[in-house]
Design a protein around this ligand. Structure first.
Ligand code: TXA
Ligand code: MG
Length: 336
């Protein structure tokens, strides 16, 4: 299993998207934009392609992948959707929501992509480029975020190349991902709806659709298959992250949010997620700004305190994981 030597850049015209779909259907690794972040696609029915995908990302293989399909009908053919799951699919698909449901017995998604689980994570993205590629591929496409495992997720094609150039077959050079944080993951395996990962679809909007409170997952461990991907240390930058910073040291960078800057923030090493305090704008800026601040090689990145309401929950979740003590999931950018 040798890594590809060069990574093809593809445009977003119809012929290029058809080419991306064809490459995926033939077992290639192709990164493409979605509305949340860029994904690294592989044919979810082909275990050799999925094995190459895990290797390219350096991802622990116990971590299952999301199967992406172009429409709700294809999604329904892959899993058993109970009443809540159907309601959520109707309300939020196509869009930034992933549903974990029991996989259809003898379904097409290979065991490796499911990491041996009897459940399956499914998403119907809304991004027109992603949907065109999925339609052309004609198969469910496994697509984790297109970054080295444990690293900050890519919201621009250039971020993908910075992490994976030479390790994957092609990148579709689309626009910046408009949402900027990953999809919300909900498990619908019994009467409850369990929030496995906060994301672009907020808790409140989910509760409004199902008419009940969202349940919390049990604590994730490597042995607990309920939420296998919730590694504590994730989305890591090279510089340590310090949350709720009220002042910034001379060697530190600052991630601000809202009109106020903390004391000591240096104008050349401060980026503002959203000056007007808008969480939607903040989510779209989050990963690109973390990468830029990390590029200054600061001693730490101080992040100001902000509201965790709405999309703030997903932003806080990602920052908290980026701030967590580094485990096996941390990938050192300087060694790429
Ligand atoms: O927005 C997104 O969801 C992006 C774009 C590319 O679609 N994809 C993404 O994939 O974030 P990834 O692989 O980085 O995150 C998928 C998460 C992991 O935490 C994984 O453990 C969880 O989904 N997951 C997948 N299958 C699961 C299952 N059967 N049960 C519980 N969690 C599952
Ligand atoms: Mg990821």
């Amino acid at each position: 299993m040798t890594a590809p030597r060069s990574t093809l850049r593809l445009g977003t015209d119809a012929a290029s998207l058809a080419e991306a779909g064809r490459l995926l259907a033939h077992g290639a690794l192709v990164a493409f934009p979605t509305e949340t972040v860029y994904g690294l696609g592989a044919d979810a029915t082909d275990s050799a392609a999925v094995a190459r995908l895990y290797a390219a990302k350096g991802r622990p293989s116990f971590n299952p992948l999301i199967a992406h399909v172009p429409d709700v009908e294809s999604a329904f053919s892959l899993g058993d959707f109970n009443r809540n799951a159907r309601r959520l699919a109707k309300a939020f698909w196509p869009g930034p929501l992933t549903l974990v449901v029991p996989a259809r017995p003898n379904g097409p998604v290979c065991e490796l992509a499911r990491a041996g689980l009897s459940t399956l994570a499914i998403r119907v993205p809304s991004d027109p480029t992603a949907r065109a590629i999925l339609r052309e591929a004609g198969k469910p496409i496994a697509a984790p975020s297109a970054n080295r495992s444990g690293h900050v997720s890519p919201t621009e094609a250039e971020h993908v190349l910075a992490d994976l150039e030479g390790r994957i077959d092609a990148v579709v050079m689309g626009e910046a991902a408009p949402v900027g944080v990953e999809s919300t993951i909900l498990a619908c395996l019994d009467d409850r709806v369990v929030l496995l990962r906060p994301g672009a679809v907020t808790r409140d909007s989910v509760e409004a659709v199902i008419g009940q409170s969202v349940a919390e997952p049990e604590t994730a461990t490597e042995d607990n298959p309920l939420a296998p991907g919730r590694l504590t240390s994730h989305y890591a930058t090279r510089a340590p992250i310090r949350l709720e910073a009220t002042s910034i040291g001379p060697d530190e960078a600052c991630l601000a949010f809202g009109p106020e800057w903390p004391a000591g923030a240096h104008p050349l090493r401060t980026l503002n997620l959203s000056e007007k305090g808008d969480p939607v704008e903040a989510a779209a800026n989050l990963y690109a700004m973390l990468r830029r601040l990390d590029g200054f090689s600061p001693s730490a990145i101080g992040v100001v305190k902000f509201s965790r309401a709405g999309l703030g929950e997903a932003i806080f979740d990602r920052l908290q994981r980026a701030a967590a003590p580094r485990g096996a999931a941390f990938y050192d950018l300087s060694r790429i």
